[in-house]
Design a protein. Structure first.
Length: 554
């Protein structure tokens, strides 16, 4: 067998079965070539791999096993359906292994195969149990699957992990990790993470393995599905509140494209002592002594609803009567969506990611006081709501305030009712709310104020008037909207005329347009570059049917 101290290819190379032995000074260098490997090719590099230059392309369809490290620049391209295995069981056994440079899809999903240095399959068989990504802003993406414990790998630990930072100075918080590992396979589920160590009941038996330590990004399919994030901080043994923490986001139809997450210790939470919607005051927030998940989307203004499910992989929790997931240190999502434990805890109806959004969970153990208000909402003729509430044991109450919210976070008063009893008996109340629109979520709760100035809250209730049939035929996005324009997409069984009007928050008309919309899928873009920041209402009218959508201009 012929041995090479290095290979430098400047034009086109075709490799079948080649052994490139020795240590890091025996390297595989591509400085501008198109290198093609067949599906039957097996290439063994006993040193480092360098691939650089705007004309450097690896069309790889076989097996490339690397005993050293991987280096590239921001121009190198990678194609094909081959496998790269990082396995240092030979002369470099016992050394760390790392990826440095841009092995990335350089952009969103539209750049796959266009500006793309990503791996197709990546296998991790490092003898130290970890492969590091080195450098600020370094991204290493995989288009098909990463295998944390490849079959046939010699001398590797049971399961490896990806660390998105230099091995010498590991940050204690996810925000300090400088690189990103990406799974650009948009298929939902965990099928792309082979031999991971997810344990839905919690993993407290051994040191955490088979996950991404630091930053993990995933390509999200437009039709949605359940996407798991296997991430955490430094390895941790049994009963430790660090290491691998598993979270799943179940998306509906969306335009997020690529969503990145990391895990870190949270800051103190102001929710302690406030009432939850599940009948208890909040007495515990997990962020400070445990941590929280941080999420952001690539384009920064994606939209689409999703459900969050968490399976913490450790078990250091105080006793609480109820648990629920928080977003951005607030109660959001589907109200009343609580659970008895943190294992498999879920909450639905979230939408959007702030920069970034924080997800964690809180618990409650102190029952709300003797004035236990119970609220309910009833739609009347699909035109307005009646808000009903009862106080089973009304004691020393001065009056009640009806509060309404459109985001389940900020509640504003819409009316007051004086208390009528204060005799410890059951009392019932009702107030109508006519200032509502169809196809919009509203949240109601009741606040009581007693004679000493103390206050308490009822449960919160979600209500919605039936949508016009246009709601199933018209999509308005993005929300929030930028200067790039507001898109109105229709999918009609037959053509019909439409009137589009847009009003600002004080009712001033800012846009009006009448058009004939053809059958099938159609889009119109409303220019928004002249809109000032604030809230707007888009009205669509077709015959007797109408639809109103609130949007925010950033």
């Amino acid at each position: 067998m012929k041995r090479f101290s290095s290979i430098c290819l400047g034009l086109v190379g075709l490799l079948m079965a080649v052994h490139l032995p020795a240590q890091h000074n025996f390297e595989f260098n591509n400085e501008g070539a198109l290198i093609v490997t067949s599906a039957a090719a097996e290439i063994y590099v006993w040193g480092d791999v360098h691939q650089e230059g705007s004309t450097a392309t690896l069309n790889h369809n076989g097996l490339l096993e690397v005993q050293g490290n991987m280096f590239s620049d921001g121009q190198f391209q990678q194609r094909g359906t081959g496998t790269v295995r990082l396995e240092n069981n030979d002369i470099n056994s016992g050394e760390r292994q790392f990826i440095q440079g841009s092995y990335a899809v350089r952009g969103g999903q539209s750049q796959i195969g266009t500006d793309d240095g990503s791996f197709y399959n990546l296998e991790l068989a490092n003898t130290q149990g970890a492969v590091h990504l080195l450098g600020t802003g370094v991204v290493a993406d995989v288009r098909n699957a990463v295998d944390f414990n490849p079959a046939g790998a010699a001398g590797s630990p049971p399961v490896n992990r990806i660390v998105t930072h230099d091995t010498l100075t590991l940050p204690t918080n996810g925000s300090g990790y400088l690189a990103v590992f990406g799974m650009m396979n948009p298929a939902p589920g965990l099928g792309s993470f082979v031999n991971n160590s997810v344990a839905l009941g919690g993993n407290m038996s051994a040191t955490d393995v088979g996950y991404v330590q630091g930053n993990l990004r995933r390509a999200i399919g437009a039709t949605g599905g359940a996407y798991g994030y296997l991430e955490g901080l430094e390895p941790a043994g049994a009963s430790a509140a660090r290491g691998f923490q598993y979270i799943l986001l179940d998306f509906g139809v969306n335009n997020y494209d690529v969503v990145t997450s990391y895990y870190e210790q949270g800051s103190p939470n102001s929710m302690i002592g406030t009432p939850s919607e599940c009948g208890y005051n909040i007495t515990y927030f997990a962020g400070v002594d445990h941590g929280e998940w941080m999420f952001s989307d690539l384009n920064g203004n994606g939209s689409g609803t999703y459900e969050v499910v968490i399976w913490p992989q450790d078990g250091i929790w105080p006793v609480q009567s109820t648990w629920f997931i928080t977003k951005d240190n607030a109660i959001q999502g589907t109200l009343g969506d609580c659970g008895p434990t943190t294992t498999g805890l879920d909450r639905a109806a979230f939408n959007g990611f702030q920069f970034p959004s924080e997800f964690d969970f809180a618990g409650g153990s102190i029952i709300l006081d003797a004035n236990e208000l119970i609220a309910g909402v009833r739609p009347i003729d699909n035109r307005y709501f009646e808000v009903h509430w009862t106080n089973p044991e009304e004691v020393r109450v001065a009056d009640y305030e009806v509060q309404r919210s459109e985001d389940a976070v900020a509640f504003l008063p819409i009316g007051r009712e004086p208390a009528t009893g204060n005799d410890g008996a059951l009392h019932k109340y009702m107030q109508a709310d006519h200032n509502v629109q169809a196809a919009r979520d509203y949240y109601y709760r009741i606040m009581y104020v007693d004679r000493d100035g103390n206050s308490g809250y009822s449960n919160a209730v979600r209500a919605r008037l039936d949508e016009s049939s246009l709601g199933a035929l018209v999509e308005i996005f993005p929300v929030p909207v930028s200067s790039e324009g507001l898109t109105i997409r229709t999918n009609l069984p037959e053509g019909r005329p439409f009137t589009f009007t847009v009003y600002d928050a004080i009712g001033k008309l800012v846009h009006a347009q009448e058009i004939e919309v053809a059958a099938g899928l159609s889009e119109r873009i409303i220019a928004t570059q002249d809109w000032s920041q604030g809230t707007y209402f888009v009205h669509l009218q077709s015959g007797t049917e109408s639809l109103v959508k609130q949007v925010i201009r950033r």
